[in-house]
Ligand binder design. Structure first.
Ligand SMILES: Cc1ncc(COP(=O)(O)O)c(C=O)c1O
Length: 378
């Protein structure tokens, strides 16, 4: 029995059962080059972002001192909101402290307006948690199966007591699958059948489309801003921290009153706001960097014979022994690439998630290719 008694014993027992279920998590060993980073454009180490942060740190200090509704609404929030709204070709934006909070808050606030929510089976935990907190009837549809939503709507009588009938919740570039949502069909369903469409562009922003504006740009679409909300994060290709929702101004007003992560959490510090702003400016000034990421991705995809799409997220699937060997071969080359298991991904779909992040060398592509060939052969 340990000094603290039964509570820690109970915690250990819970950990044991998590371990038996294969659900216990461990922090990775640092010091190796991670092949699963989300720093797609390499912005987290860019001097322009660091300088912007350093200036703001000097001028405004370390903390934001409160939530945005109280003392934490630094003017840089408004600058960042205009910049991200403009970049995403939207009308207004709301900045949150993390992407998780943006998703949770947006789903909860918008679900007030609808009777039923449709959620892609592979949605990120922040969307799933938002739907749980919202407590609205939620139908989980098979991954990317837009026809399922239409058939389900056909089956139900429209007995709504809410202004809108439904909300579809999806990612545009799926974080673990590396594939894209059928945004054209989902937009069509939302417009024709009186619903909303909420698209999480966490991984698409900065990686998809000619200028990195995301999934809609990549698919040549203009979102209907009266029905479409785009969420995202500054923590991936934009190299910083924080979340955003791009929407019609009326939805922004709703988020400010009803977005729990907005109302009940401390705002981002000015230094982080400043570096996020610098990231959008950097990307807007240098759109060709996105093409560079896409060409680099194509080289790795070609080497690994995974050319089904061109996203920088490559899930490498195979028998567990092959995946373990691949992981070991990568570690011998000082790379780390974690094996992603349930509940992050569905049972039986374990994978090593590789993500292409600049700067990336041809040598790196070859090392990964050789590690994979050896894993498959032995
Ligand atoms: C698809 C998706 N949405 C939202 C988030 C949350 O973003 P953040 O890390 O800024 O909280 C993540 C990142 O973990 C993500 O992968």
């Amino acid at each position: 029995m340990d000094r603290d008694g039964t509570y820690t014993v109970a915690a250990r027992k819970r950990l044991d059962s998590l371990e038996q279920e294969g659900r216990r998590k461990f922090l990775p060993i640092t010091g190796r080059l991670s092949l699963s980073s989300n720093d797609y454009l390499g912005f987290s180490k860019h001097p322009r972002l660091a300088e912007a942060a350093a200036h703001a740190l000097k001028d405004h200090g370390t903390g934001s001192t409160g939530s945005r509704l109280l003392s934490g609404n630094h003017p840089l929030n408004r600058d960042l909101e205009s910049a991200i709204a403009h970049f995403k070709r939207g009308q207004a934006a709301t900045v949150f402290t993390t992407g998780y909070q943006a998703n949770l808050s947006t789903v909860v606030a918008l679900s007030d307006l609808v009777t039923i929510c449709y959620s892609d089976a592979l949605n990120h935990a922040s969307l799933v948690d938002g739907l749980r907190l919202a407590g609205r009837k939620t139908v989980v549809f098979p991954h990317n199966d837009w026809a399922f939503i239409e058939a389900d709507l056909d089956r139900r009588t429209d007995s709504r007591k809410t202004p809108l009938r439904f909300m579809i919740v999806t990612e545009s570039l799926f974080s673990m699958e590396g594939d894209m949502a059928p945004l054209s069909e989902l937009s069509r369903i939302a417009s024709r059948r009186d619903g909303l469409l909420l698209v999480d562009e966490a991984h698409a922003t900065g990686t998809l489309g000619k200028t990195g504006r995301g999934g809609f740009e990549a698919q040549g679409l203009d979102p209907d801003t009266s029905r479409t909300l785009l969420t995202g994060t500054f923590s991936k290709a934009l190299g910083g921290l924080g979340g955003f929702t791009v929407s019609h101004p009326a939805f922004r007003d709703l988020l400010i009153s009803r977005g729990r992560g907005f109302v009940y959490s401390t705002a981002l510090p000015p230094s982080v706001l400043a570096s996020n702003l610098a990231a959008i400016e950097l990307l807007s000034d240098n759109p060709s960097i996105v093409g560079h990421l896409q060409n680099t991705t194509l080289a790795l995809r070609t080497r690994l014979r995974l050319t089904e799409n061109d996203s920088p997220i490559l899930p490498i699937r195979g028998p567990m022994d092959v995946l373990f060997r691949f992981q070991k071969n990568l570690e011998e080359n000082s790379f780390s690439a974690p094996l992603i298991r349930p509940p992050t991904v569905p049972e039986g779909t374990e994978r090593i998630r590789l993500s292409v992040c600049l700067p990336w060398s041809g040598g790196q592509t070859e090392t990964i290719g050789t590690a994979w060939d050896r894993a498959v052969r032995s």
